[in-house]
Design a protein around this ligand. Structure first.
Ligand SMILES: [Zn+2]
Ligand SMILES: [Zn+2]
Length: 229
């Protein structure tokens, strides 16, 4: 089972730069990738895509299960937005001058010149990586997966799982030692692709790609058996 991972801001931005709709771009890419697998003689029982209706339905159900069991909380935060492109900008789509070394093309997540980790707020003269406009900060509400409530269960799973490679296990235990924090599972971008469930104030939100893409392995399996009847 596998499939094309089609959502997220980098795809939205690439489509914007090419002047096409995100779905046009991912339709094209999905066909190219499928063809490449054929050329390499790699076959799947089901090679699907995260735009599949079966996947979208499964992700929404999964989201609602977490919500009904009390694992979803909301928070408000300020995020950068480009008024010209009308798009919320991920950290690496903001460029500006590094406050540490003065490099003038540092990205909002990291300075490539001095290697320091950054935050968009730290950049001097920040601008949109797509059009060069100055981003504005807007307040927005998001739905978070409250991982703190799942910490004990995740720890038990990691400790008792004999199939995990040692490095993955140690890295996970390291994160657990620092303590898990709630993590946003919604975004404001139009091309999250999967609409967030209709909570008050969630009309324009989409489900964050990190949360839904990996669920694609499960939904691809569901789709496979559904297709077989
Ligand atoms: Zn720097
Ligand atoms: Zn812009």
């Amino acid at each position: 089972m596998s499939g094309s991972d089609e959502h997220g801001t980098p795809i939205e931005v690439e489509a914007l730069q090419l002047g096409v709709k995100p779905r046009e771009l991912t339709d094209r890419m999905h066909e190219i990738v499928k063809k490449l697998f054929e050329l390499w003689e790699i076959s799947f029982d089901n090679y699907t895509r995260t735009e599949s209706p079966v996947h979208k339905e499964f992700v929404k159900e999964f989201f609602m299960k977490l919500y009904n069991n009390g694992y979803i909380i909301t928070r408000e935060d300020e995020v950068p937005y480009c008024p010209k492109d009308k798009i919320y900008l991920p950290d690496r789509f903001i460029i500006g001058t590094c406050p540490y070394c003065g490099y003038d093309k540092a990205r909002g997540d990291q300075c490539e010149n001095c290697g320091r980790l950054l935050e968009p707020r730290l950049l001097i003269n920040p601008r949109c990586a797509i059009c060069g406009s100055k981003p504005i900060w807007v307040r927005t509400k998001h739905w978070y997966l409250d991982l703190t409530k799942l910490e004990d269960r995740v720890r038990k799973y990691v400790e008792e799982n004999t199939a995990l490679p040692e490095n993955a296990k140690q890295m996970s235990l390291g994160m657990l030692k620092e303590g898990l924090r709630p993590r946003a599972i919604t975004r404001d971008n139009k091309w999250g692709g999967i609409e967030a469930p209709p909570f008050p104030g969630a009309d324009d939100k989409t489900i964050y790609v990190w949360f839904e893409a990996v669920l694609g392995y499960v939904s691809a399996t569901i789709e496979y058996f559904r297709n077989r009847g």
